[in-house]
Each structure stands twice: as structure tokens, then as C-alpha cells.
Design a protein around this ligand. Structure first.
Ligand SMILES: O=C[C@H](O)COP(=O)(O)O
Length: 246
């Protein structure tokens, strides 16, 4: 039995004041049965760590560098993220693939760098609307995952995978539970061919998850929680989603 995981991806939102309110709201709303984490903008990681001390809520980043250290202006290494206590790092989010031209291989290298420092990468895969309409969904997500499997080899079982159809992100267009489950099952099968740990691995769904659709999505056989964007910015909404995962 896989324990559900719900991760809030704050994206580029927040301020010290609004974060403090959000985090204190979450602390009051918990605990939950599911594992819960928030992935926050880099400048707020340390304050988030302090605010969450003694709670069940883990925290992480929304990206990490593929490089170990050096002259890489603007990059943040996994060693630094580990130094400030991050448990998770999202890698390969579709917004980074689209706006920062991140390739499948770069995403895989970032996942490898995170694991090297004891951080669990949450590796995102997902198709665009055009790719779905062209019948390419399976091909695209398998190609994205294949690069990570090839790069991590025997460590692939240590990642969290997130299926996020690009057309469902921030659009209010959620994949139906059946559509999401179908892709999750494909991904699980691909993982089974790569690792004996596949059935213990968590595959999250992301894309317009809200309090009123979370339970149905999380009830699917291969959906092990959610990666939540907009609804993670309000304590009551995020808490309700965490509860739906219980
Ligand atoms: O990382 C989170 C996803 O991009 C989902 O965002 P959303 O819940 O706002 O659609």
C-alpha cells in the first residue's frame, strides 16, 4: 500500500507576509494522514523551514541545478538545498521545459543531482494539448520518463513521478480520473520494466486539482497523490485536498 503524497507547488507566488499566513493556516489545519509538502521559491526556503519545524509538513524547492558547484550564475545546487533541509526538489515542470527550454536529458541530470544529495526529485512529465490531440500522449510521457530511467539506472526507484498534462495546468481543465489513471498505468508499467520498486513508487497527478475533484482522482489505482498549484496558495483549499488523500 503506497502512502499518498500531496505537494503544494507555490510557483512564483508569495511574500514573507503572505507565506507566514499560509503556513500558519496549514499548521492549524493539519495533521493529515497523507504525507504533505510545500515547494516554495528559493528565497523563502529558510523561513519556511523555521515555520514548519516540528510539523509533519516537509518542504522543498521548485528546481535545482544539474551542476555540483561553480560559476553558474543564478543556479542553485542540490548541495545548497540539502544544506537548508529540503526533502524534495521539483524537476522538469512543464513551465521550465517550455519557458527555459529544459530538455529531457537536462531534467534527468537535475534528478540525478538531487538524489546525489539525498533530495527526492519530483520529476514531472506530461503532454501538451496538441500532442494529446495528435494521439502522442503515451509516446511523449514515455520518452520523458525514459531519459530519467536511462540516467538514474538503479536509482530510478528513489524518485517521485508526477504526471501533469500541460493542458490541465492552471486552466481549470482537469483530466478526468480515467484519463489520468490511463497515463499513470502506462508510466507504472514503464517503471516496472526498470525497477522492482515500481509498485512502491508514488506517481502524483497535477493539473487543476481542487478540493472538489481531488478525492475522485486520488481513488484511482495508480494515482498516489497530487502536485497542486493554484489551490496550494490557500490553506483551507490545500488542506481539503490533503484530507481527500487520507
Ligand atoms: O505543479 C503544479 C501544477 O502545475 C498544477 O498547477 P494547477 O494546480 O494550478 O493547475
Amino acid at each position: 500500500m503506497r502512502k499518498k503524497l500531496v505537494v503544494g507547488n507555490w510557483k512564483m507566488h508569495g511574500s514573507r507576509a503572505s507565506n507566514a499566513l499560509l503556513l500558519s493556516g496549514l499548521k492549524e489545519a493539519g495533521p493529515w494522514t497523507a504525507d504533505v509538502a510545500v515547494c516554495v521559491p528559493f528565497p523563502y526556503i529558510t523561513e519556511t523551514a523555521l515555520a514548519l519545524t516540528g510539523t509533519q509538513i516537509a518542504y522543498g524547492s521548485q528546481d535545482c541545478s544539474a551542476h555540483e558547484q561553480g560559476a553558474y550564475t543564478g543556479e542553485v545546487s542540490s548541495a545548497m538545498l540539502a544544506d537548508v533541509g529540503c526533502r524534495y526538489a521539483i524537476v522538469g515542470h512543464s513551465e521550465r521545459r517550455a519557458y527555459h527550454q529544459e530538455s529531457d536529458q537536462l531534467v534527468a541530470d537535475k534528478a540525478k543531482a538531487a538524489l546525489a544529495h539525498g533530495i527526492t526529485p519530483i520529476v514531472c512529465v506530461g503532454e501538451t494539448l496538441a500532442e494529446r490531440e495528435a494521439g502522442q500522449t503515451e509516446h511523449v510521457v514515455k520518452r520523458q520518463l525514459a531519459a530519467v530511467i536511462h540516467t538514474l539506472t538503479h536509482c530510478i526507484g528513489e524518485i517521485v513521478l508526477a504526471y501533469e498534462p500541460v493542458w490541465a495546468i492552471g486552466t481549470g481543465l482537469t483530466a478526468t480520473p480515467e484519463q489520468a489513471q490511463a497515463v499513470h498505468a502506462v508510466l507504472r508499467q514503464q517503471l516496472r520494466a526498470a525497477t522492482q520498486k515500481a509498485d512502491a513508487m508514488r506517481i502524483l497527478y497535477g493539473g487543476s486539482v481542487k478540493a472538489d475533484n481531488a478525492a475522485q482522482l486520488f481513488a484511482q489505482a495508480d494515482i498516489d497523490g497530487g502536485l497542486i498549484g493554484g489551490a496550494a496558495l490557500k490553506a483551507a483549499d490545500f488542506s481539503a485536498i490533503c484530507r481527500a488523500a487520507g
